[in-house]
Ligand binder design. Sequence first.
Ligand code: GRF
Length: 201
Amino acid sequence: MARIRLVVLISGNGSNLQAVIDAIESRQLDADIVSVISNRKSAYGLTRAENAKIQTTYVPLGPYRRHDCTRDAYDSDLADLVKSFDPDLVVLAGWMHILGPSFINRFTRKLINIHPALPGYFPGINSIERAWYESKINKLSKTGVMVHYVVDEIDAGEPIVTEEITIDPNETLEELKIKIHNVEHRLLVSAINKIINEELT
Ligand code: GRF
């Protein structure tokens, strides 16, 4: 079978994108990233992609807002763009724009997201901060990471892989962030491998 084609959507630093690039280069992942798309021009992940000679596109929401277009129009055009790369799997790796049905329904079981918390916990932004805060005020002792299929509900959908992470009582927020990001990088690669092995080949 031809190599699996990935399209990765990012908004920021792109450390998860980098983990996928590295896994492909070190042959832990038998796939190609055919395109990286960002909704933020300054996203460092775009530089990471360019360094790896991957095609990139910047797709801002601003012009749609200025012309009174709906988010649906943005989502639908974005879906057309992603489809044009003929991906086997679309990976949301720190993509900070909520996608609606006009996008999601075009990629049934081909769209995955990484969430830095366990299923059902801390959906939306600042998940790590909120878990850390809960550990301080309510003695929450664990959080985690999940990679899941995307449905029309934020950070929900069938989990593909999950991993629990202990929050040490004296841990700083920065220490917890580093711990979680390290798990994310490993888990995202595992999730893609799992889908390749169980669903795509
Ligand atoms: C990650 O923590 C991801 O789970 C969250 O946003 C962050 C993106 O990090 N949705 P990066 O851009 O991959 O470094």
